[in-house]
Design a protein around this ligand. Sequence first.
Ligand SMILES: [Zn+2]
Length: 265
Amino acid sequence: MPHPPEDADRRRTVPPVIVYPNDSLPRPDPARLARLREDLKMVGNVTVPPREGRCIEVPKGHVFRISCPEGSQVGDLNLWNVADLSERFFSGKTRALHGTHVSTGDRLWSTLPHLRPMATIIHDTLDWYGIDEFGGGVHDVIGTRCDPYTHALLSGGERYEHCCHSNLTRALADHLDLSFEDVEPHIHDVLNVFMCTGFMRDSGKYFMKASPARQGDFIEFLAEMDLLIALSACPGGDCGATHSSDEAICHPLKIEVLRPDSTLS
Ligand SMILES: [Zn+2]
């Protein structure tokens, strides 16, 4: 049986260093973000039915609010530059810059070589949650999205076609009037809105637990460029138990597009 080297203790006790300290990131002005919220007029909205996906465009400078109008529900979010779908949300870099979970003041960054803020979170009713005793947090950028391919791999070939990946693909295909196959390569790793996830402290394995979101909870983003966004109401519902089946209780999600009073920006 292999045994640890003699300096194992010393190797393990080397202190970690945060790679991207938050104070070195260009940050939005919190007072400006608060001002933007003072007078918002709804100019568009879409309801995402349970186990389905929908797209909506959000002009630069507008706010979009994602809410749970009926009950706890996880949403998988994709974002693109509406003028160039190759510039899209970069979940991995957002994770490196802000951490495993995002909240008010954090930004959603775009793919290289652009690396621009696509959206800034300006309000989150789940700000209070923080990191729980299991290491779990809300709104993660660590999961990828539930998809039929992983499900088939793990279930011995069983198909389930209302995974978030498929819902997002169908939503984008409908919006662009293209085929499923044409748009599937544009679907990317998501922001898991309202999802509660973390890594097990003993094994490092990715875990999920029931979302703390309740009816009326919402998160708001300022669009930093003209955006096309897609949202799937995950078939896992609050993602407390099952995925990739019709077993979980699911609710709709709502996206509202809101225009700030121009004199406040
Ligand atoms: Zn999902």
